[in-house]
Write a protein that binds this ligand. Sequence first.
Ligand code: ASP
Length: 326
Amino acid sequence: MENRKTILILTTGGTIAGKGVPGDITGYTPGAVTAGDLLGGLTVPSGVSLETVEVCSKNSDDIDCGDWHKLLTELRSGMERSDIAGMVVLHGTDTMEETAFLLSLTLEVKKPVVITGSMRPSTAISADGPLNIKNAMTLALCEKAARCGVLVTMDGGVYTAHGVTKRASYGSDAFEDEFYTPGRIFDDEVYLDFPDAGEPVFKDLDLSFPLPGVPVVYFTAGSDPKLLSLAAGISGGLVIAGAGAGEYSEGFGKVIEELSIPVVISSRTGRSYITEKMLLSERTVPAGALSPVKAAILLRLAIHAGYDAQGIRELFESGHGTAFNH
Ligand code: ASP
């Protein structure tokens, strides 16, 4: 008897499920098309079945801790099912990098997990969703991909959860990897040259309670330091997207010294490595190579997991909680 494999497809909404005026690329409603309609027209590899679960149906800018909890629960249970070969998450592209990084820190990946989305809605001319879903399924069936941890595929490229970033507002090639040469999918062939992901630091973390808020405060010349006090008043920690090598004004510096919550320093430049030596204050923690967005995810998880100030410092210094640092 044929040994059928199942790909579990978890849908969350986004542009990939977007619906608008037929042909138009802008002015659509994200998350308006069902999984059945999205997957209906696709050719599924022989011997493979699809099982779909709707986690939520929204613009990814509205993804919240409850959605992350549901998604993680589905993925953790899929990991234990012997009939499932791999899992695909359909997600809006705006915050795909947050979800990918959060999952990479909390999910023990024993079979491929691939996140994809699209830059154009399903009703647009040259909609990019079908190719991205097809590639995600190809990657989900590639057993070896599991060793690289949670992956993202967009427009034929494959990106690590640690390095993936959305760099452009438009165009199917909007994604990049901040650390590695992207992998590639050519029809049914997969090429990846990423190091092993290893064990996620928070693999047993319970996400059923909301994560603490950690805003990113973007420093600009002349920005009012009161911003920091206001943000700190409603947050468990702060990430500063500093200028250059994570710098900020004297006014910012004074407020930082008065804060009692963890403060992580990253850079707004988009290409940086913040180390202990560059810090303007000893009470801050360097983000290393993490982008402000990813530093905020790591800090939220660390506070949620009960790390103290020293623990947070060590977590960031020891390779950002991922195995992608050497
Ligand atoms: N705003 C959309 C979202 O992130 C954009 C997209 O999916 O491309 O849900």
